[in-house]
Design a protein around this ligand. Structure first.
Ligand SMILES: C[S@@+](CC[C@H](N)C(=O)[O-])C[C@H]1O[C@@H](n2cnc3c(N)ncnc32)[C@H](O)[C@@H]1O
Length: 360
């Protein structure tokens, strides 16, 4: 029999939501901050810095409590139904990205479905279906019957090219891979091979994902841009890394950022620790785009080198070999290979620093 405690929990949650929301609103009022809104000119981010622990804790509590309240109200059976259907959210987002629909809607104005259809070269019925579906996630709004305007969410796809890269990477590279992951598990049971994955079945290719993406400069650039965007996202800020390790104690030291993409981590470290020098290693197409991302004042301390981390590490005298978000991409077999290829380069006292996420 169902526990009668649900009613109590609902009331508890509404009280938590009201109390913590008031703290946030009072803070906004005291600091003259804009109201939260999805209007196209509304704030794109929560307008209180992450360092404000108290308001961020209230915000987090409201997010969790409203989610729980929502889920309780929806109920277990309908939760499963909607979860199973949520691929449609990726689908409409992929269409918006792929057909560049956000750019077909003027900021501060509106466009009819007919105009969008002409601008993006997709038939009007599908434009209408997909854009209206995207609206269920607050991507665009219908300003009047048959006309589309931006919201603060859709506007980000125009204003923030790196977020657009992230959307493209997730919807166009990861979504098809995820859709084939279980098929890959059935076809290649217990495989540790990077060429026997959902990506391989999804794109019908035999080489590992990074090799395939690296063959196409535009796709590699999108991957790098997407990673930069993710790193700027809440909870992933590079400051945790900058402040969370005693970099200053290394003194005059060389840090090799293995698989360092476009070098944005080294930029953040280089700004704060002037005695560090950096070599960013990655696949050739990725490092080709790196130097243009480095601010001029750091270009003499950050260099790029094409290097495949499965081959012997070419930099022999470094103080730190740094791996950020590398090992979670590889099975144990290949993670061991990546580490073994460092061995010939390690001088006494050299460090291997790993910054990665672990699912608890
Ligand atoms: C998840 S990204 C992490 C990027 C960066 N370290 C960061 O913190 O965002 C993994 C990186 O590994 C690179 N990579 C993949 N295979 C590689 C290989 N065999 N040798 C060197 N880099 C590789 C990719 O190009 C990509 O930039």
């Amino acid at each position: 029999m169902a526990s009668p405690s649900t009613t109590t929990r609902l009331t508890e949650l509404t009280t938590i939501i009201a109390t913590e929301t008031k703290k946030v609103e009072d803070y906004f009022a005291q600091h003259n901050l804009p109201n939260l809104s999805f209007a196209a000119d509304g704030p794109a981010d929560f307008p209180v810095p992450g360092s404000n622990g108290e308001i961020q804790a209230s915000r987090r509590t409201v997010i969790n409590a409203t989610q729980e309240l929502h889920d309780l109200m929806v109920g277990p059976r309908e939760t499963v139904r909607w979860l199973a259907w949520s691929y449609n959210d990726n689908l409409s987002l992929q269409a918006v990205y792929q057909f560049n629909i956000a750019k077909a809607v003027p900021i501060g104005g509106e466009a009819s479905y007919t105009e969008i259809s002409k601008a993006v070269g997709v038939d009007e019925i599908n434009v209408r279906r997909l854009v209206r579906h995207a609206m269920t996630n607050r991507i665009f709004r219908e300003s009047r019957d048959g006309y589309v305007a931006h919201t603060a969410v859709s506007r980000i796809l125009v204003d923030d090219p790196r977020m657009s890269d992230w959307v493209g990477l997730c919807s166009s590279d990861f979504f098809p891979s995820a859709a084939h992951t279980v098929s890959a598990m059935i076809k290649f049971p217990m495989s540790q091979e990077p060429s026997q994955t959902g990506f391989n079945l999804g794109f019908n290719v035999e080489v590992p994902m990074f090799v395939e993406i690296g063959k196409d400069p535009a796709r590699a650039k999108r991957f790098g841009g997407g990673m930069t965007s993710l790193t700027g996202g809440e909870g992933y800020e590079v400051e945790y890394l900058v402040d969370g390790y005693p970099w200053a104690e290394l003194g005059e030291a060389t840090v090799v950022d293995v698989g360092g993409s476009h070098g944005f981590v080294c930029v953040a470290l280089g700004r704060k620790f002037p005695s560090l020098r950096f070599v960013v290693q990655d696949l050739p197409t990725t490092v080709a785009d790196g130097p243009s991302e480095i601010p001029p004042e750091l270009s003499n301390r950050i260099e790029f080198q094409a290097h495949d981390f499965f081959t012997e590490q070419p930099i022999k005298d470094a103080d730190v070999y740094f791996f950020r978000w590398i090992f979670h991409n590889w099975s144990d077999k290949y993670s061991v290979k990546i580490l073994q290829s460092l061995i010939p380069a390690l001088k006494p006292g050299a460090r291997i620093v790993i910054n990665d996420n672990v699912l608890p």
